[in-house]
Design a protein around this ligand. Structure first.
Ligand code: S3P
Length: 180
């Protein structure tokens, strides 16, 4: 059984990791950590600024640092990981031993409608749908390889996704206040 005091949400941009993660943390009474917010807090720069000034590699290093930091400590935590976190083998190893990893999954066409023109997300700033299709092809097996739970969010509102997740997590002994 994965450790019952950490839940990490992974999945593509626009799938709802931050919204569902925040709601889950509130429901459980646990700390919430959002990767992109932590990058901003740690660097004082937005993600588009980091990509423009230092490139994607520098951003990936930040993403890795934030993931490791989020998974340090004994306090129960819900983490909304950045979409690209699974690209690194070291991050995947870290995720595998980190707790319950939840892959929120939706087809690229659905994600494209959710992200709109892709603003604030440098990898999507030309043709969001095309970029999402390409990214998803590469990442799908990687998300699959780290996921303890897979939830299809297509056609469901965030509250419905949250309700399903709460139900599934109860099967792992995870519920409000409960962290062994
Ligand atoms: C990225 C996802 C974004 C953000 C950055 C790159 C990715 O986060 O970290 O724009 O490579 O999938 P969200 O998944 O929270 O949108």
């Amino acid at each position: 059984m994965p450790r019952p005091d950490r839940v990490v949400l992974v999945g593509m941009m626009g799938v709802g990791k931050s919204t569902v993660g925040k709601g889950l943390a509130e429901r459980l009474g646990w700390r919430f950590c959002d990767s992109d917010d932590q990058v901003l807090a740690g660097t004082g720069r937005t993600i588009p600024e980091i990509f423009a000034e230092e490139g994607e590699e520098a951003f990936r290093a930040e993403e890795t640092r934030v993931l490791a930091e989020a998974l340090t400590g004994d306090e129960p935590v819900v983490v909304a990981a950045a979409g690209g976190v699974v690209l690194s083998a070291a991050n995947r190893r870290l995720l595998a031993g980190s707790g319950v990893v939840v892959w929120l999954r939706a087809p690229p066409g659905v994600l494209a409608r959710r992200v709109g023109d892709g603003s604030g997300r440098p990898l999507l700033d030309r043709d969001p749908e095309r970029a999402l299709v390409a990214l998803e092809t590469v990442r799908r097996p990687l998300y699959e390889s780290v996921a303890t739970i897979t939830l299809d969010v297509d056609g469901h509102r965030p509250e419905q996704v949250l309700a399903s997740l709460v139900e599934v997590l109860a099967g792992f002994g995870i519920g409000p206040g409960a962290a062994a």
